[in-house]
Design a protein around this ligand. Sequence first.
Ligand code: SF4
Ligand code: SF4
Length: 295
Amino acid sequence: MSEKFEIPFKSDMVPKLLEPETKIQFRCHKGISCFNACCKHADISLTPYDILRLKDRLGMDSSEFLKKHAAPFEMDADKVPGVKLRTDDEGACLFVTDEGCSVYEDRPTACRYYPVGHLAMKPKDSPTEKTSYFLVKEEHCKGHEEPREITIADYRKEQGVETYDDMNREWLQVMLKKKSAGPTVGKPPEMSLQLFFMCSYDLDRFRRFVLSDSFKQTYKLEDSFYQEVMEDDIALMKFGFRLMKQVLFGELTIPEHEGVWDKRFEARKDVFELRRQAEIALRQKADDDKYKDGV
Ligand code: SF4
Ligand code: SF4
């Protein structure tokens, strides 16, 4: 099965896929001649759990973190939103110092994995996804010349990526589902993309949304649930993954109040009709423009 995928750092190489037990030759340490070179050309995509850890580390809420430390990008042709760590004009990560990474204990998943890349695929007819690994070899990185061999599995342990992968597993499933649904489901509507962004990256805004009256009128959840997500970022993040699966793919795991969507539709009928008419007018105008010069 062929898949397109992104590697965390820029490279033109075609990777050879590796298994967890494959040994690599690599060691990174403070005394190495290239120390910090990778962080000065950083291209780091962030996962939900990366943002949760970094915002707590910096004592910020998620919206403030996104504003100060993240840059948006589109993850695919359907404009599914992603965020990367912001860099300075030369491409250096804002967290790099002469002493190394200033957020080391909470550094993102891609930084932990480097120079190992990882790629999740869901083989056809398999209920679970499979992760393959590959090695990124870049000119500036001298860690590959260090005399140490380590398996990918041990390297993942050493770098603490297991917790990060566990935390992000359901989010990855959402993305794999979106990918495997392909063009048959069409482009996701703007509202779905906004929900994806909020649930994935802007946790504190998502919390306000979950605690709002309109959310409580839609979903049938116990008071203890609201208490938990008020206090616990991880519980809230995981609930966000469930909500995305429900809203985007119809996997019903969160009970809804009876007839709530009919009531909503009734209340907003006029708005929907106006929107429909505006869309028809826009389409007509696009058709008129297309044929104007041709006839
Ligand atoms: S977060 Fe830390 S490890 Fe990652 S690129 Fe920035 S300085 Fe380097
Ligand atoms: S060995 Fe590689 S990962 Fe370590 S500091 Fe040098 S460039 Fe970065």
